[in-house]
Ligand binder design. Structure first.
Ligand SMILES: O=P(O)(O)OC[C@H]1O[C@H](OP(=O)(O)OP(=O)(O)O)[C@H](O)[C@@H]1O
Ligand SMILES: O=c1cc[nH]c(=O)[nH]1
Ligand SMILES: [Mg+2]
Length: 212
């Protein structure tokens, strides 16, 4: 597993406003989208391309375009939905699949309540988007799902990761898949309730909860 922590003053600025408990839902949604656009640039660094012959108004040119099969973007509902638009803006030809997962707030166990993905993901590059990588349970479950369908090349894009979650992803998946995690921040750790510290709270609630 390869971890990339995106280190850029614009990302730090936007993430600081996002973390602030005073930030309301509309602003939180807008910043999430903006942050994903910045992270997507790094996350798509190894997106597969193929040569393309074109003519400019001045002459022939051998360029490149995103190769077939098209990449997949998979938001993990609910909170991952907030990152979908930003990701597809940079990857407009991508297909979108959905995984609905929720962790039990007491036991931290994961349950999957929705799935809408192609049966065969062999040879597909998959970009999983979810703002929070906490214990890592959700991401491991999601990637296991993708591996069972044949995917081997997975990039996870998140906003905040905990070292414990990164370690879990490494331990559980390293021998089976080529996984990259791109995050805007690697935080201190988890509290007793499994929340990232300092984190930003419950991303799903802040995206889709009551607006103050
Ligand atoms: O690394 P983990 O410990 O598994 O936690 C991370 C998960 O928790 C949050 O989702 P949540 O279960 O709150 O669902 P929601 O998006 O519907 O709010 C978050 O969006 C991740 O999916
Ligand atoms: O800090 C956390 C951990 C899991 N899920 C969240 O939304 N926030
Ligand atoms: Mg939540």
């Amino acid at each position: 597993m390869h971890l990339h922590v995106a280190d850029h003053p614009l990302i730090t600025h936007k993430l600081t406003v996002l973390r602030d408990e005073r930030t309301d839902s509309p602003t939180f949604r807008r910043l999430t989208e903006e942050l994903v656009t910045l992270l997507a640039y790094e996350a798509t660094r190894d997106v597969r391309v193929e040569e393309r012959q074109i003519r400019t108004p001045v002459g022939p040119h051998t360029g490149a375009r995103i190769a077939s099969p098209r990449p997949m973007v998979v938001p993990i509902l609910r909170a991952g939905l907030g990152m979908l638009e930003g990701m597809t803006r940079l990857l407009p030809t991508a297909e979108v699949g959905f995984l609905g997962m929720v962790r039990n707030e007491e036991t931290l166990e994961i349950s999957t309540y929705a799935e809408r993905l192609p049966d065969d993901l062999t040879g597909r590059q998959v970009f999983v988007v979810d703002p929070m990588l906490a214990t890592g349970g959700t991401l491991v479950e999601a990637i296991n799902f993708l591996l069972k369908r044949g995917a081997r090349d997975v990039v996870a894009v998140c906003l905040v990761a905990a070292p414990e979650g990164v370690e879990t992803v490494r331990r559980e998946l390293d021998d089976r898949a080529d996984v990259r995690v791109v995050t805007a921040a690697l935080d201190e750790g988890l509290n007793d309730s499994g929340y990232i510290v300092p984190g930003l709270g419950d991303a799903g609630d802040r995206l889709y909860g009551l607006t103050d």
